[in-house]
Ligand binder design. Sequence first.
Ligand SMILES: N[C@@H](CCC(=O)N[C@@H](CS)C(=O)NCC(=O)O)C(=O)O
Length: 254
Amino acid sequence: MSEKHLQTGDELPAYGGKMRLFAMRFCPYAERSVLVLNAKNLQYDLVYINLDQKPEWIFNFSPKGTVPALEYGQGKAIFDSNIIIVYLDEKYPDVPLQSTDPLRRAEDKMLVEKFAGAQSAYYTAAFNAPALRPDMVETYHKGLEMLQKEIENRGTKYIHGNEPGLVDYTIWPFLERFLALPLLGKNEFAIEKTKYEVLTNYIEAMKNVPAVKSYCLAPETHAKYIESRAKGNPDYNMLDTSAVCCMRPRKKKE
Ligand SMILES: N[C@@H](CCC(=O)N[C@@H](CS)C(=O)NCC(=O)O)C(=O)O
């Protein structure tokens, strides 16, 4: 498994007999799939794609050339993070990640929907700062307040329950990236402990979930990637080849 992002002209690696996830290391949607694969202890290969110079073959797996796409059997794939994670949960039920109660599943989906405004505000702040308006910052905080309230009301450690579920793995990749915004001078996006105590505890708990810990990146690392993308030159290959399992960026050897 290489951290290098394959690009136009690069060959599709030989199929190794395991499921393959086509991803981009900094994509929050791809991260959802990685977390669910990890949570279910499934064997898989990861193939990273340069999204600015896409290899031709990505379109065989994902018609729009977006990631994530999951090759579940040789040459056969599904795409879109929400489709992939529900597929994985239903196909591999040993570690169930959704409630058995249809109403709770509906509530989880509504929660993700209500959180979408915060995600959009994040994208504008990170990648299109001149377009950022005060109402977007408000929407961002409304999303965080809603999430905090939901965690409080449910009274469980994670949103799903006493273990994380699909709803947690769907939202987490964005929370992970939100923590980078103050490092980019966007202090109005800080998740202050005084206001967000329950949410902050939740964030700390999520960082320690094994499925998350092995893939999550430090805010400094996200900030560095965001800066490169905002400047129009995303540095897809900025991580050390093996720098996948750390909360902190690796110190370069002097
Ligand atoms: N709704 C999709 C969104 C996926 C998405 O937008 N992925 C981005 C990377 S984070 C992508 O592939 N961008 C390349 C493109 O749009 O051409 C999902 O949930 O999987």
